[in-house]
Design a protein around this ligand. Structure first.
Ligand code: NAI
Ligand code: BAL
Length: 499
């Protein structure tokens, strides 16, 4: 019997149907998994099945590693930086050509409002791919070190070889490309495991990698569950490097798997509980625009979401009133909760599990805590309205744990010293936002805060050309910019005598 490896996904009549691959992408072909197992993709706004797709297992991971290793040894390691740059440039054009299809898939699969979120995610990837299409001969250079009149040393920056990439569901296509493009520019072959919740856009992109001209085995895509495919990749003795984005809980496991297998290099982008600190001299229009986007964009499912807000006591009441109004005006579910509605700026959260987890956080709050939200009436879908929590204790779970939903805790402070102490009182250290018109306050905050990113009078306006990553338990290493290529290179030192 012929195995069907494609399906057609239909959306609105004004949008194209999608010719969707549903197999594993191995050696530039879509193939069934070795045991034939499939997983359903659920639309979080309707709870309906979009399609089902093949999910891999340890055998499929072994096949993928052999393919990636063979390709690395015999083909990809022989390519020049210019050839790699050209292939990435082709890829950028193809992603641009199929921007709408990719945005539709992330909209359906991850519940992203099509106009206000999904298209923007793909646009970021187009920019990123252009950026990295000039990277192979620029961010891969070593250095020359003078030693003495009889000797110098130089370093070569070399790819690891086979790298495994494990990504989450909050930005399905973007998170995949943040890693893939950098790893390829550095000259590695890659095996990517998307989240089992959101595998469609990266599978679709398998066709684009092939069309762009990447040889078979440069990019293999093995969808599947973390406890099967993820573990098999992280434990594999012939995977040279692993780059992971997701929860801190799983990030710790990835380190363990590396330690217990071949000590593969590890990059981790994990959780966050980022604080926005609003001083009394800040511009409240800028504050409102920034912190609402910083928590409610993508339904709060951002590792850098400003899920804690500390406000100076002198403007606290005023801020709460304005914040409520601005949120009501700006973050709206589409009419009939339709993600394709032009006015939709807020979607559901990803899954029933996340929906229950977020509601549990809210239900477990202590009596004195107040929740400001507008209840919604919806029959289907994992919709949680924007939720502002006040009168909350700094030590509570809501304040300390990553909720990963449209929930923000607001707390008042009286002095700079208290504000910075509260900000740094977190096991995470991904990002912080400071709002003030006083350059001295800002400079002091930048120096004192223990986070990998600081936004000044803004929040979550990402730039693909600068490093991104966390202090403390938010991770190890950096992505994006030059760092996003360097993290996929290892250094070889050469000692050169001069006789
Ligand atoms: N910082 C971030 O970007 C993200 C943070 N999270 C946090 O994690 C919480 C739980 O979300 P999950 O989807 O369960 O995240 P997760 O960390 O379990 O999943 C992320 C990726 O890791 C894989 N994975 C899971 N267990 C694995 C294992 N033992 N070995 C190897 N790979 C494994 C998953 O299949 C997925 O591809 C969220 O509520 C949020 O707090 C989730 C997604 C992204
Ligand atoms: N905006 C992409 C990374 C994150 O916030 O999860």
């Amino acid at each position: 019997m012929m195995t069907n490896l494609y399906t057609t996904i239909q959306t609105h009549s004004s949008l194209p149907d999608i010719h969707q691959p549903i197999g594993l992408f191995l050696d530039n072909d879509f193939v069934p998994s070795s045991n034939g197992n499939k997983y359903n993709s659920i639309n979080p706004s309707t709870e309906e099945i979009i399609t089902s797709f093949y999910v891999g297992n340890k055998n499929d991971v072994d096949r993928a590693v052999i393919s990636s290793r063979t390709c690395f040894n015999h083909i990809w390691s022989q390519t020049s930086p210019t050839e790699r740059n050209n292939l990435l440039r082709n890829l950028a054009s193809l992603i641009k050509r199929d921007r709408v299809q990719l945005a539709i898939l992330d909209c359906l699969d991850a519940g992203k409002p099509y106009h206000s979120n999904a298209l923007g995610d793909i646009d970021q990837v187009i920019e990123l791919t252009h950026f990295y299409s000039g990277a192979s001969d620029k961010f891969t250079v070593g250095s020359t070190v003078p030693i003495s009149k009889n000797k110098y040393c130089y370093t070569r920056e070399e790819p690891y070889g086979v790298v495994a990439l494990i990504i989450p569901w909050n930005y399905p296509f973007a998170m995949a490309c943040w890693k893939i493009q950098g790893a390829l520019a550095a000259g590695n072959t890659v095996i990517i495991k998307p989240s089992e919740l959101t595998s469609l856009s990266i599978l679709y992109a398998g066709q684009l990698f092939k069309e762009a001209g990447f040889p078979p085995g440069v990019i293999n895509i093995i969808p599947g569950e973390g406890h099967k495919v993820g573990i098999a990749l992280a434990n594999h003795m012939d995977v040279d490097k692993i780059s992971f984005t997701g929860s801190t809980r799983v990030g710790r496991l990835i380190m363990e798997y590396s330690g217990k297998s071949n000590l593969k290099d590890v990059t981790l982008e994990c959780g966050g509980k980022s604080a926005a600190v609003i001083f009394e001299d800040s511009d409240l229009d800028i504050v409102l625009e920034s912190v609402t986007k910083g928590i409610f964009h993508n339904s709060g499912q951002n590792c850098t979401a400003n899920s804690r807000i500390y406000v100076h006591e002198s403007i606290y009441e005023k801020f709460i009133d304005l914040f409520k109004c601005f949120t009501r005006k700006t973050y709206k579910f589409g009419s009939n909760f339709d993600l394709f509605d032009k006015h939709c700026t807020m979607g559901p959260v990803i899954s029933r599990i996340q929906y229950d987890k977020i509601n549990n956080f809210l239900n477990k709050k202590s009596k004195k805590v107040q929740i400001i939200t507008d209840p919604i009436n919806v029959e289907k879908g994992y919709f949680i309205p924007p939720t502002i929590v006040i009168d909350i204790e700094q030590t509570s779970d809501l304040m300390q744990q990553e909720i990963f939903g449209p929930v923000v805790c607001v707390y008042k402070f009286t002095s700079y010293e208290e504000a910075i102490k509260l900000t740094n009182n977190s096991e995470y250290g991904l990002a912080a936002m400071v709002f003030s018109n006083n350059i001295n306050t800002i400079n002091k905050f930048i120096k004192d805060v223990k986070t990998g990113t600081v936004w000044i009078n803004s929040s979550n306006d990402e730039e693909i050309s600068v490093p991104f990553g966390g202090y403390k338990m938010s991770g190890i290493g950096r992505e994006l910019g030059e760092a996003g290529v360097k993290s996929f290179l290892q250094t070889k030192t050469v000692h050169v005598p001069i006789h």
